[in-house]
Structure formats: C-alpha cells, structure tokens
Design a protein around this ligand. Structure first.
Ligand code: GTP
Length: 361
C-alpha cells in the first residue's frame, strides 16, 4: 500500500505534559532516547508508508531541523506550518494540496502497533468515506466513545459519556483512514475538529463512516504518567550501554536499563530498571534510581534518590535530595541538597529549589 500517504498531527501545545513540553514539542520528547515521532515513523515504514506530511504549529523548527527531508530515516517528509492552531480537521484541510487519494491521519501523540495495512484494506472493502480506529479503555468517560453496528458502521458518537451510560468502552483511538473528498466539508483556515464537527456531520449526511476496533497496544503519551509508561513498556530485555558508558565496578544495575552515550555511573550506585538514562548523565556515588526517565546531561550528586519520576534535560540534583512518586522536572532545574519532592510535583524549566525544601502536590 505504498501509495497511501499519512498526515501526522503534531501542532498541539502538549499542555498536559508541561513542563516537559515547555521547550520541546510533544512529538520530540525522548522515548527510549529517541524522539517519539521516530517510533511513529518506524511503524508507518513497517506498513510501507513513507510519504508523510507533518501538520505543524507549536515549536515547528525543532521538528523540522531534526528530521529534515526524512531521508536519514528512510521516509519522505513534507511540512506544513499553521499560522494559528487549526484544530485536528482544520490542520488536515490545510495540507489537502498534498493529498489526492485514500490517506491516513494519525494523532502525533499516540503510540500503537495497530495493523495499518489491514485497516486500509477494511476501509476500501467497506467503501467507507472515513474509518476510525477504536481501542478499548477501562473507563471511557474521559474520551469520545464510538457506537457501531455489527458490520462496523458507526451509529453515533458520544463525547465523554458517564461511565454507566457509555454504550461500550471502545473509544476513538486517533487513527483515521479518509477519502480526500470529506475535506470539502471543512472550511480553509478555520478551526475545526474531526471529533466534534466533521465525523458527526458525515453521519448526519448519511455517509459511510466505519469503526475499526482492535486490541493493539495503544497509548496516548500526552500525560506524564503515560509518557513514563510508554518508555517503561517498550523497555525490555537486558541493560543496554555502549562502550562510552563508564560504570564503576561496585555499582549494582538490575535491568532493564537503557543508557545513552557518555554516561558515568560512580561507586555504589544502585539502579533498578526499568530506567531510561539519556546521554551525558552523571550519577555520583551512592545514588539510587528506580523506574525513572532521565533526559540527557543531567547530574545526580552523591546519595540522591530518584524514583518513579521524569527528570528533564540538564538538571542538577544535589546531594541527598530525594525526587520521587510522580515528580516531573522540566529542563535545567536545580534541586538543592536534601530536598524532598513527591506526589506528582512539577517544577518548571530553569527553576532552582532551595536546599532542604519539601514539596508535595
Ligand atoms: P494538550 O494541550 O495536552 O491537550 O495536548 P495537544 O493539544 O497537543 O493534544 P491533543 O490530544 O489535544 O491533540 C491530539 C493531536 O492533535 C496531537 O498530536 C496534537 O499535536 C494534534 N493537534 C491538536 N491541535 C492541533 C492543531 O491545531 N494543529 C495541528 N497541526 N495539530 C494539532
């Protein structure tokens, strides 16, 4: 299905993931030490999809300068930058000059191993105008629930239903197969959402909208908990470190732990995986790290404890400090010695916390 192009929506501000997204757009946050978007590209390539259009708005340069024309990643990238946020359907309308046949739309913050080849085949077999991938969730009340008949034809959409009133737990998974003519209903340069406007309109006008349920792995990386979860879920097997990583012989590492290049792990450090550590990190003697994501160039001084949290780029955690229990640090944060941060506290980029401070959300 090499003729199918994909549009990836990567223009959102990622407010729920702040402060991690204050300086890095959500598609570029590292997952297993690579920008998240690179994992999405790999999934598309695995299904023969190499022509990819990125609909950008927030911090576009960051994405364009890293991926260029895509050739280093085996794909062909086209970028379209919005002057202001156009919403999910508005953003796709804005790239319509590059689309002339059945195409895919992907939310740029979803990771899934959905069988895209089968989904496109299903869409064509049904003669659908739009096919929406569905995924089961435990509690659908925060999502858009899609109600379909036995043949897969969508009957109605229910936005954020009460749990007991939801007809099913199958929600819109943010992956669509569309025919180009559905975009005729979207006004150019106007904010417009698929979920609230275009899909309901297609139903009202009697057009064939189908649901494609699957139990493929699916996660929206848009919250710190889910961002940590995808890293930890994808990490498996042995500890991985290249020759540039310097681990003291007395350090105790139980995997899986992934190290970027040029990390230093000093004496008596204990690291209990799953843990992801970016390049250039220094972990000084006696520190303890468990279930954490640490971005590049962060320094942990001696006897620090880092547990169940995400630490941004270039942070410094001073001696004896304890950063645990869902804490999220933006980039270039300094945590003074003997501080204790817990309970999902979030510290903005560039902030310094005085020694001996206790913070709990
Ligand atoms: P939050 O602010 O945390 O809700 O994140 P978000 O706005 O980045 O994400 P949301 O879940 O609302 O959007 C789903 C996907 O659509 C994400 O990949 C966004 O990047 C993308 N998106 C949302 N709004 C726009 C937009 O106006 N333009 C473009 N190009 N993409 C968008």
């Amino acid at each position: 299905m090499s003729e199918v192009k994909a549009v990836i929506l990567v223009g959102g501000e990622g407010t729920r993931l702040r402060p991690l997204t204050s300086s890095v757009p959500k598609p570029m946050v590292p997952v297993l030490n690579k920008p998240f978007l690179q994992h999405v590209f790999k999934h598309l390539s695995n299904h023969g999809i190499r022509d990819i259009i990125l609909a950008l708005c927030y911090l576009p340069d960051n994405i364009q300068s890293y991926f260029g024309d895509g050739s280093d990643f085996g794909i062909n990238l086209t970028y379209v930058v919005e002057d202001f946020p156009l919403g999910t359907a508005g953003a796709v309308k804005n790239v319509s000059q590059y689309i002339d046949s059945t195409f895919l739309v992907l939310n740029g913050d979803v990771y899934t191993d959905l069988d895209l080849t089968s989904m496109v085949a299903f869409h064509k077999e049904k003669g659908a105008k739009a096919t929406i991938a569905l995924t089961p969730v435990e509690d659908p009340s925060a999502y858009g629930v899609v109600d379909a008949d036995a043949d897969g034809r969508v009957k109605r959409f229910i936005e954020k239903p009460k749990r007991e009133e939801a007809p099913s737990n199958m929600i819109n998974a943010g992956t669509y197969v569309l025919e180009p003519d559905v975009l005729a209903h979207v006004e150019p340069q106007k904010f417009c959402m698929f979920e609230r406007f275009l899909f309901p309109l297609l139903l009202e006008t009697g057009q064939a909208v189908y649901a494609y349920p699957s139990d493929a792995y699916w996660i929206d990386i848009g919250t710190p908990d889910n961002y940590a979860k995808i890293n930890l879920d994808l990490l498996s097997g042995e500890t991985q470190a290249d020759d540039s990583v310097d681990v003291h012989s007395s350090a105790k590492i139980t995997g899986p732990v992934l190290f970027g290049s040029n990390c230093v792990v000093e004496a008596d450090v204990v690291i209990e995986g799953p843990v992801v550590i970016g390049s250039g990190c220094i972990i000084k003697s006696g520190s303890f790290v468990r279930r954490a994501i640490i971005w590049p160039d962060t320094h942990l001084d001696s006897w620090t404890t880092i547990k169940d949290c995400v630490v941004g780029m270039g942070c410094r955690i001073e001696a004896n400090a304890c950063v645990v229990d869902g804490t999220v640090l933006g980039s270039d944060v300094v945590i003074g010695d003997s501080c204790h941060l817990s309970g999902g506290v979030r510290i903005d980029c560039g902030k310094s916390i005085d020694p001996d401070t206790t913070l709990k959300r």
